[in-house]
Design a protein around this ligand. Structure first.
Ligand code: ADP
Length: 595
C-alpha cells in the first residue's frame, strides 16, 4: 500500500513536471516581459490539457486551450470562460468554474507557467483586484418564467416553448446542468410490453410497486403513478429532440431492477446538449445565467413573476404572463437545512460530504415557503454508500451496474446485500470500520481497463491517480488495498456460489450476472455521502404547488428535486431523472396553458 502511494506520488510529480512552458518567437519588450507565443501542458481532469498564451506589447493578448480530454458540457464553461477572464482582467485572479474545478485549475496552472516564462510577476497577477461595474436594473416579460436550468427546469422550459409560450429560464450558476449533469445518467422507464421489458420481467406496475414500497409507502400514490406511467413517454420525447440512448437497460445502485436507460453521451451531458440545441434553434426561449431568484412576485393571490439578482448585483425583474415554474433542485449542500430537517441519520453536519453541486442549497423551498407552500417529507434525506473519500462526489465510482460488483469492509468481508435500497446499504456501511468500504469487481465490465466508468473516467486513469487499485489475483488486490486476503477470497467465493445458484447468498442478494472470477481485479474506496433530498414543495399531479391550506397556489408550478411527496422515505436509483423529466414536462405544459 505504501509502495503504491509512493508510486502514485511519483506519477503525480511527473505529471506536474510536464507543466513546462515552451516559448516560440519571443521578442523582448519594456520591462522584463517578453512578447511571444507560449504553450504549456498540464494534467486536467481526464488527461493532458494544453494552453497557448500570446503576449503582445507586454500584455496578455490571448489565451486558448488548444488540446484537452475534458468531459464535454461539464468542462465547456471552464474551457471558454477561464481563458477569456484571464485576458479580460489581465490577471490570474479568476474564479474556477464550479463543477469543473479541476479543469479550471489546470488551465490556470498552465497559463501561470506560460506567464512566468514570459517574465510576468505571477504572484502579483494572482492578487490583482478585479471589480465589476454594476449593470443596470432590468425588467423582462415572458409567458413562463422558469427558475433553475437543471434537468426539471429545462424539460419544463422546452415543453412550454413547444406549447407556444415565450420562456425565460434563470439560472444562478454560471452554467446550466445543476445536479442533473453530474448524475451517472440512469433513467428508469418501462416501455411496457417491449422485448426489453419482457426480458427483464418488468412492467409499469412493478415500477410503481417498487417505487412506492421502496419509499416505505410515504410517497403520494397518485404522484408515483404519474411518474411511472409517463416515464417512457418522456424518453421518447427526448429521442424526438435528438437525444440518444444506449440499447438495453441496467440496474443502477439502489435501483432494485434492470430498468435504467443510459444516454450515449457521458454523465448527464446528453440532456443538456439536447436542451441547449433546442434553445439555440428556437425563438422565444432564453436562459439567463448568473441570475439568482430571490423572491416571487404575488399580485391578488397569484404568482406573477420573480425578482432576481444579476451577476453584478443588479435587480432583474421577471414578469410572467402565464406562470412561474420553480425547478431549483434540492438542498443537499445546505448544511443548516440538512440539520434542521434530518431525522433519519445521526448527523448530517459539515463533516458529512455530498455528491451535489454547490448550487443545491434549497432556494426554491425558501421561495415557495414565503408564499405559504406546504412542504412534505423534508426529513427524508438520501445518503449513498458511494462517495469519493476526499470530496464525497460520485467521481471515482468504478461500479458499472449493480450485478457485477460487491462491497467489502476494511477487513475484506462483505456486510450487506449490494442490490438493496440505498438507505439500507448506507446504514450498513456506517456500522463498518471507519465507515468506509471497497467496491470490488473483476474484468467483466473492464476488459482492458481503458474503458470509462459511469462518470466518464477511465479505470486506468483512476489507478494512475491512486483512486482505484488493481491486482492480477484477488490476493494481489488484497495486498494493494491492505485487507485480509483470506477474507476477501472467501467473500468472493461465497458470492460466486450464489451467482451460480450453488448456494443462497449469505446476505440475501438476488441481483447477479457474472461471477467475480476474471482477473485483473479492481477496487475503489467509498464513503457515505448526502445525495438527494426527497422532501420539498408539495405538488399535485398537475405539478401545481399546494399551500398549507390544501389549496392550489395560483400561477405557481414546481418540478424536480425541489418537490416532495414522490419518492417517500427512500428514492430508487434511476427515478430522479424520470421524475425531472415527467414532472418537468407536466409543469411546462400546464404553465404554458395557465393564462
Ligand atoms: P433538478 O434535478 O430538480 O432539475 P438540478 O440540480 O439539476 O435539479 O437543477 C436545479 C438548478 O436550479 C441548478 O442549476 C441550480 O443552480 C439552480 N438554482 C438553484 N437555486 C436557484 C435560484 N435561486 N435562482 C436560479 N437558479 C437556481
Amino acid at each position: 500500500m505504501i509502495k503504491k502511494l509512493l508510486s502514485v506520488l511519483l506519477v503525480g510529480l511527473m505529471s506536474l513536471s510536464i507543466v513546462a512552458c515552451s516559448p516560440k518567437n519571443t521578442t523582448t519588450t519594456a520591462g522584463s516581459v517578453k512578447d511571444g507565443t507560449y504553450t504549456s501542458t498540464t494534467a486536467g481532469h481526464n488527461g493532458e490539457l494544453t494552453v497557448e498564451v500570446i503576449v503582445k506589447d507586454g500584455k496578455i493578448e490571448s489565451v486558448k486551450v488548444t488540446e484537452h480530454a475534458e468531459t464535454p458540457v461539464v468542462s465547456d464553461l471552464a474551457i471558454s470562460d477561464v481563458p477569456a477572464k484571464i485576458v479580460e482582467t489581465q490577471s490570474l485572479n479568476v474564479d474556477t468554474v464550479s463543477g469543473a474545478t479541476v479543469s479550471s485549475k489546470a488551465i490556470l496552472t498552465a497559463v501561470e507557467e506560460c506567464l512566468k516564462e514570459a517574465g510576468f510577476d505571477v504572484e502579483s497577477l494572482k492578487t490583482v483586484s478585479v471589480t465589476k461595474e454594476k449593470a443596470e436594473d432590468v425588467t423582462l416579460d415572458a409567458d413562463v418564467i422558469v427558475v433553475g436550468a437543471g434537468g426539471a427546469g429545462l424539460a419544463a422550459a422546452v415543453t412550454a416553448n413547444q406549447e407556444g409560450a415565450s420562456v425565460i429560464v434563470i439560472e444562478k450558476m454560471p452554467k446550466i446542468g445543476g445536479n442533473t449533469i453530474l448524475s451517472g445518467g440512469a433513467l428508469n422507464a418501462v416501455d411496457e410490453g417491449s422485448e426489453t421489458a419482457k426480458e427483464n420481467k418488468d412492467s409499469v406496475e412493478l415500477h410503481f410497486t417498487q417505487t412506492y414500497e421502496g419509499g416505505d409507502k410515504k410517497g403520494d400514490p397518485e404522484l408515483v403513478r404519474t411518474l411511472v406511467e409517463n416515464a417512457w413517454d418522456g424518453v421518447e420525447w427526448l429521442q424526438s429532440l435528438g437525444m440518444e440512448f444506449k440499447p438495453g437497460t441496467f440496474t443502477v445502485l439502489g435501483g432494485l431492477w434492470p430498468r435504467a436507460h443510459k444516454p450515449v453521451d457521458p454523465v448527464g451531458t446528453g440532456f443538456f446538449k439536447t436542451y441547449q440545441n433546442y434553445v439555440d434553434k428556437n425563438e422565444n426561449i432564453e436562459i439567463l445565467l448568473n441570475t439568482t431568484a430571490e423572491e416571487l412576485i404575488v399580485k391578488d393571490g397569484e404568482v406573477v413573476g420573480v425578482v432576481a439578482k444579476g451577476e453584478t448585483g443588479n435587480t432583474v425583474t421577471l414578469n410572467a404572463k402565464n406562470a412561474v415554474v420553480i425547478a431549483t433542485g434540492g438542498f443537499g449542500q445546505n448544511v443548516e437545512m440538512r440539520q434542521e430537517y434530518n431525522t433519519l441519520w445521526k448527523d448530517l453536519g459539515e463533516n458529512v460530504k455530498s455528491t451535489n453541486h454547490p448550487g443545491a442549497t434549497g432556494d426554491g423551498i425558501t421561495l415557495a415557503k414565503a408564499v405559504d407552500a406546504e412542504l412534505v417529507g423534508m426529513e427524508y434525506i438520501q445518503m449513498l454508500p458511494m462517495g469519493d473519500p476526499k470530496t464525497g462526489s460520485l467521481s471515482g465510482n468504478i461500479e458499472k451496474g449493480v450485478e457485477n460488483r460487491i462491497f467489502v469492509n476494511k477487513d475484506g468481508n462483505r456486510f450487506v446485500d449490494e442490490g438493496a435500497r440505498r438507505d439500507v446499504m448506507t446504514s450498513a456501511l456506517m456500522e463498518q470500520k471507519d465507515a468506509q468500504m471497497w467496491v470490488v469487481l473483476d474484468s467483466h465490465d473492464y476488459p482492458t481497463g481503458d474503458e470509462i466508468n459511469n462518470f466518464n473516467e477511465s479505470l486506468n486513469q483512476l489507478i494512475a491517480e491512486g483512486r482505484a487499485f488493481k491486482g492480477e489475483t484477488l490476493e494481489d488486490l488484497a495486498k494493494e488495498i491492505n485487507v485480509d486476503a483470506a477474507n476477501l477470497t472467501k467473500a468472493v467465493e461465497e458470492f460466486n456460489k450464489a451467482v451460480k445458484g450453488e448456494a443462497a447468498d449469505p446476505f440475501g442478494r438476488t441481483l447477479f450476472k457474472d461471477p467475480i472470477d476474471q482477473g485483473p481485479y479492481y477496487a475503489a474506496l467509498r464513503i457515505p455521502t448526502v445525495h438527494h433530498t426527497m422532501g420539498g414543495v408539495k405538488i399535485n399531479k398537475d405539478a401545481q404547488v399546494i399551500n398549507t391550506k390544501g389549496e392550489v397556489v395560483k400561477g405557481l408550478y414546481a418540478a424536480g428535486e425541489v418537490t416532495g411527496g414522490i419518492h417517500g422515505a427512500n428514492r430508487l436509483g434511476g427515478n430522479a431523472l424520470a421524475d425531472i423529466l415527467v414532472f418537468g414536462r407536466i409543469a411546462g405544459k400546464n404553465a404554458a396553458a395557465d393564462k
